[in-house]
Design a protein around this ligand. Structure first.
Ligand code: 6PG
Length: 244
């Protein structure tokens, strides 16, 4: 794993740096392998990034979009990660519908939905049982409790090692989430974190030793590249120079 940590002076510069890095990684994947597979983060931080990506010079035909997690709501629900990304980006550009791979949340049982998406990923990536597909880019946020995707502290989802997708749990509410091993199989994982409220959790995540049950983002140790892009409010105590 190669780990990169950058602290940007403010959120606007964090989003611009995120745009620059994501576009570079997408274009490199397309140049090298003819396509790029990317999983999007939910929450609020990445929305302005997605709005900028809608203006990027990317061959949309060669980009396939997934989500690292999803709330268990319909796509037109205000909490939907799919809905947010479609409004900010995907519906604003000529994306082939077949290139967008949302996590379906229309079954009564979240476990069924998790199994369905697990299978859909295995089919798309043509992986065998026990294998984990290697996405090119996975974007992640981090909650102020140290969670990422929908891998929340002290939940069963943190222990799942033999599946691609599982059911997460936020305060009793079901979520669907990529598992830690699926995230760690990616070529490039990019955390985008902003805000002083994230500072305590970052301390726990970046500490030399610590408990991943308490700070699940500690589980994210990809074999490829790990990028932490932080704004100064979040990353003030993380000892790296702000790139000039
Ligand atoms: C979600 C996200 C989640 C998010 C963090 C940070 O579905 O909410 O996948 O992991 O990235 O909670 O959220 P903010 O960007 O809103 O702080």
């Amino acid at each position: 794993m190669t780990k990169h940590v950058e602290v940007l002076p403010n959120k606007a510069e964090l989003i611009e740096r995120s745009r620059e890095l994501v576009v570079a990684k997408v274009q490199a994947a397309i140049a090298e392998r003819g396509r790029c597979t990317i999983a999007l983060a939910g929450g609020s931080t990445p929305k302005p990034l997605y709005e900028l990506l809608a203006k990027a010079a990317i061959d949309w035909e060669r980009l396939h979009v997934f989500w690292g997690d999803e709330r268990y709501v319909p796509a037109d629900h205000p909490d939907s990660n799919e809905g947010m990304a479609r409004k900010a980006w995907l519906d604003q550009v000529p994306f082939p519908a077949a290139n967008i791979h949302p996590i379906q949340t229309n079954t009564a049982d979240p476990e069924v939905a998790a199994n369905q998406h697990d299978q859909a990923l295995r089919t798309f990536f043509a992986v065998q049982p026990g294998e984990f597909p290697q996405l090119d880019v996975i974007l992640l946020g981090m909650g102020d409790d140290g969670h990422t995707a929908s891998l929340f502290p002290h939940t069963e989802a943190l222990k799942v090692r033999d599946r691609l997708v599982t059911v997460g749990n936020k305060d009793g509410q079901p979520r669907l989430t990529f598992t830690a091993p699926l995230i760690n199989a990616a070529r490039t994982v990019i955390f985008i974190v902003a805000g002083a409220n994230k500072r305590p959790a970052l301390r726990g995540v970046f500490a030399e030793t610590g408990d991943a049950e308490l700070y699940p983002s500690r589980l994210i140790q990809p074999a490829g590249e790990l990028w932490w892009l932080l704004d100064a409010d979040a990353g003030a105590e993380i000892g790296v120079a702000t790139p000039s």
